[in-house]
Design a protein around this ligand. Structure first.
Ligand SMILES: NC(=O)c1ccc[n+]([C@@H]2O[C@H](COP(=O)([O-])OP(=O)(O)OC[C@H]3O[C@@H](n4cnc5c(N)ncnc54)[C@H](OP(=O)(O)O)[C@@H]3O)[C@@H](O)[C@H]2O)c1
Length: 238
C-alpha cells in the first residue's frame, strides 16, 4: 500500500483527490486547519485516513506535524500540496497580500523543502503541487495571488532540476488549473470551469503518468500558450 500526505484536504480539489487516492490503494494523511471537515472525510474510510490539523504558515509546527504524520503512516511516497489562498484586492490591502504570501510562499516552501529533503534521504518520492494558470502572468485584480503562483511554478522547476542532478527517482509535478468549481474560483467572466471530480480525476492520471506539468482541464494549455505570447504592451491594457 502506498502512502501519501495531502496538504489542504479539508475542501475542494485536495478533498476530492484524497478520496480518489484511498480508492486506489493509498493510505492518506489528510491535513488542513478545519478539524471538523477532516473528521468528516475520515468517516468515508476510517482505516485509510490519518488526520492532522495544522496551519502551514506556522512553519515549526508544520515540520513537526509532517514528521509525526509520516511516522504514523509508516513512510511516504507522495506529498500533494493543495493548500492555497488569495483574493481579489483592487485596493492593495496589504493584509490580503500578506496572508497570500504567508500561505502560498512561506508555508508552501516549508512543506516543499521538507518533502524534497525527505525524498532525497530515502532516494525516491513524488512531490506534486497545485499552482495555477494565473501564475503565468500578472494581474491587476489579484497581484499577490498571481505573483505567488509564479513563485511556486519557478520553485517546483528548481526542485525538478535539483532532482535530476541527484540522479534519484524523485519526481516533481506542477498542476496548473484554469478554473475549478470551488471557493477559490473568484472573479467575473469565468469559463471552462471544471467540476472538482473532473479536476481530481485528471490530476490523478497526471500523477500516475509522472507528468512534469499538467493543465487542468487539458484545454487550459491553449490559454497558457496565448497568455505567454501576448506582447507586454497589449497585456498592460487589460
Ligand atoms: N479553484 C480554482 O479555480 C483554482 C484554479 C487554479 C488554482 N487553484 C489552486 O488549487 C489549490 C486548491 O484550491 P481549491 O480550489 O481546492 O480551494 P479550497 O477548497 O479553498 O482549498 C484550499 C485548501 O487549502 C487549505 N489551506 C489554505 N490555507 C491553509 C493554511 N494556512 N494551512 C493549511 N491549509 C491551508 C484549506 O484548508 P483549511 O482552510 O482547512 O486550512 C483548503 O483545504 C489552491 O492552491 C488554489 O490556489 C484553484
Amino acid at each position: 500500500m502506498k502512502k501519501a500526505i495531502i496538504i489542504g484536504a479539508t475542501s475542494g480539489i485536495g478533498n476530492e483527490l484524497a478520496k480518489l487516492l484511498v480508492n486506489n490503494n493509498y493510505r492518506v494523511g489528510i491535513t488542513g486547519r478545519r478539524t471538523g471537515l477532516l473528521a468528516d472525510l475520515k468517516q468515508v474510510k476510517p482505516d485509510s485516513f490519518i488526520v492532522r490539523t495544522f496551519d502551514i504558515t506556522e512553519t515549526q509546527t508544520t515540520v513537526q506535524n509532517l514528521e509525526e504524520l509520516t511516522k504514523e503512516l509508516g513512510g511516504l511516497d507522495l506529498l500533494f500540496i493543495s493548500s492555497g489562498t488569495g483574493d481579489l484586492n483592487d485596493h492593495l490591502d496589504f493584509s490580503v497580500e500578506k496572508s497570500t504570501i504567508d500561505t502560498n510562499v512561506t508555508g508552501f516552501t516549508c512543506v516543499a523543502d521538507w518533502a524534497f529533503n525527505y525524498f532525497e534521504n530515502q532516494k525516491h518520492g513524488h512531490l506534486v503541487a497545485i499552482t495555477s494558470v494565473a501564475g503565468l502572468r500578472g494581474s491587476r485584480q489579484a497581484p499577490a495571488y498571481n505573483a505567488t503562483k509564479a513563485y511556486q511554478i519557478n520553485y517546483l522547476e528548481s526542485l525538478r532540476q535539483k532532482a535530476k542532478h541527484l540522479r534519484f527517482p524523485i519526481l516533481v509535478t506542477d498542476i496548473r488549473p484554469g478554473f475549478v468549481k470551488t471557493n477559490m474560483a473568484k472573479g467575473e467572466g469565468q469559463f471552462w470551469v471544471a467540476t472538482v471530480e473532473k479536476a481530481a480525476k485528471q490530476i490523478f492520471i497526471a500523477i500516475r503518468n509522472k507528468r512534469k506539468v499538467a493543465y487542468i482541464t487539458h484545454r487550459w494549455r491553449l490559454v497558457a500558450i496565448l497568455l505567454q505570447n501576448i506582447p507586454r504592451a497589449v497585456f498592460d491594457r487589460f
